[in-house]
Design a protein around this ligand. Structure first.
Ligand code: ATP
Ligand code: MG
Length: 437
């Protein structure tokens, strides 16, 4: 028995380990059996290392190692020797090998093979796909990004909350909700924390954020929509207007972008160099955006929302200006949900979308805090105020001016890491066709 399966990760081994005993553990990535000597490449979460076994010294160990199927899990205890010819500058000469799990053969997909593996095969075998370092890199950066967002918001007086994900009615009156059986009733899975984070503004908590899952029963299968996705949502009270919210959003994005830039190793693996960005971000009004788009040959009429083609063109125009991020502001009221604060003229709204290289990654606005206006807007949007009673009640006993945004984590990562499918940014994607694994 090996006393401790692992004393060192591959990357932690250096000069001071040379000629000492170490224990390493991981997956057998490759075995080269040259007859009298065998090289085993062992992979752990930090990288790989080489175990070198001479048949004449360790016959039994040699046989054990060379008979192992690839991707089996082992722990090796042995002496670490300097060897300039090996990639990490050392190799492990094994004294003991413990086989912790034997892999089946053949593998459903390779871990190191560079040849294109089909998308479906990868996602059917996501646990193996996630062994690949370029796939792991995405999730290491994701962790960094979420941590940076959380830190930024806490530093700015926001507290983290968690609102219900099983809800009685649609947040935005949309049809894109999943139904769930809730005892004798029908309930829905939350498409956003919208109504709850607004209700929290009536409590005096003033600044809240939530990092959580949302569910959208959108039937279309695109490369930028998931049916289950994660978001950073904030809501803040006592704002003057939506510009206060935009400042929080751009500063948060600035911080998380810079946090991602510190992930040098992962960016290297992905072969990405992240440019420097600056705040404040460029602001374009909806009307100006229409003009810019129509100059490029689009035919958008006032009052229409932008589709992916228009978003793409806008992104290209911004790229020419060297702008990675840009806000589109002052959308027509009718393009935005009922809770969005109108401008004085009731034609435009106090709303904004944040674009990044041609893709919407966040939406936000000042919200209506006046209950009369809110009920009016609910009705105007063809909804029944009675379905929103418990929400509307929160506006009757003291509700400060407030606003917030929803920021899609996978959308951001996709643009940050130049991945062309949003599914790459979530561990186990849910889409129209995929419910497992
Ligand atoms: P789109 O028009 O691009 O479908 P949306 O305007 O419906 O998005 P919002 O309701 O504004 O989306 O949601 C806030 C943010 O959540 C979006 O800006 C986006 O980053 C993210 N998001 C929305 N829907 C999805 C989805 N189906 N999959 C992944 N992320 C999403
Ligand atoms: Mg939106």
């Amino acid at each position: 028995m090996i006393e401790k399966y692992r004393t060192h990760y591959s990357k932690d081994i250096g000069e001071k380990e040379y000629n000492n005993m170490v224990s390493v553990a991981g997956w057998v990535e490759d075995i080269r059996n040259l007859g009298s000597i065998a090289f085993v490449i062992l992979r752990d979460r930090m990288g790989t290392l080489q175990v070198t076994c001479l048949k004449k010294d360790k016959k039994e160990l040699f046989e054990k190692l060379v008979s192992l199927p690839r991707e089996s899990v082992i722990s090796v205890r042995g002496v670490c020797k300097r060897n300039k010819k090996v990639r990490n500058g050392y190799e492990i000469l094994p004294e003991k090998v413990e086989v912790l799990s034997v892999s089946d053969k053949p593998l459903p997909m390779g871990v190191v093979d560079k040849t294109g593996i089909e998308f479906e095969t990868r996602f059917d075998n996501r646990f193996i796909d996630l062994r690949r370092k370029e796939v792991q890199a995405v999730f290491k950066i994701r962790d960094k990004v979420i941590d940076a967002a959380r830190n930024f918001l806490r530093k700015n007086g926001f507290i983290e909350v968690h609102t219900p994900k099983i809800i009685a009615s649609a947040s935005e009156g949309g049809t894109d909700l999943f139904k769930v059986e809730y005892f004798e009733r029908i309930a829905f899975l939350a498409q956003s924390p919208q109504l709850y984070k607004q209700m929290l503004m009536a409590t005096g908590l003033d600044r809240v954020f939530e990092i959580a899952w949302y569910f959208r029963a959108e039937k279309h299968n695109t490369t930028r929509h998931l049916n289950e996705s994660t978001a950073v949502d904030i809501e803040m009270a006592f704002i003057k207007d939506e510009k206060d919210v935009m400042r929080v959003l751009e500063n948060m994005v600035f911080e998380i972008w810079n946090a991602a830039r510190t992930c040098e190793e992962e960016l290297n693996v992905l072969d990405i160099e992240l440019e420097k960005i600056r705040v404040p971000f460029r602001r374009i009004t909806y009307d100006d955006a229409i003009e810019m788009l129509n100059e490029q040959g689009h035919r958008i009429k006032w009052g229409e929302d932008f589709g992916s083609k228009e978003e793409g063109t806008l992104g290209r125009i911004m790229e020419e200006e060297k702008k990675v991020f840009y806000f589109v502001t002052n959308y027509p009221l009718e393009t935005k949900p009922f809770y969005t604060m109108p401008q004085e003229d009731m034609r435009y709204s106090r709303s904004f979308d944040l674009g990044c290289k041609g893709l919407e990654i966040a939406s936000g606005s000042q919200r209506i805090h006046d209950k009369k206006l809110l009920i009016e807007r609910v009705e105007k949007c063809g909804l029944n105020p009675r379905d929103f009673e418990s929400y509307l009640k929160a506006f009757r006993y003291g509700m400060p001016p407030h606003g917030g945004f929803g920021f899609g984590i996978e959308r951001f990562l996709m643009q940050l890491l130049r991945l062309n499918n949003i599914r790459e940014c979530i561990l186990f994607p849910r889409d129209r066709n995929r419910l497992t694994p």
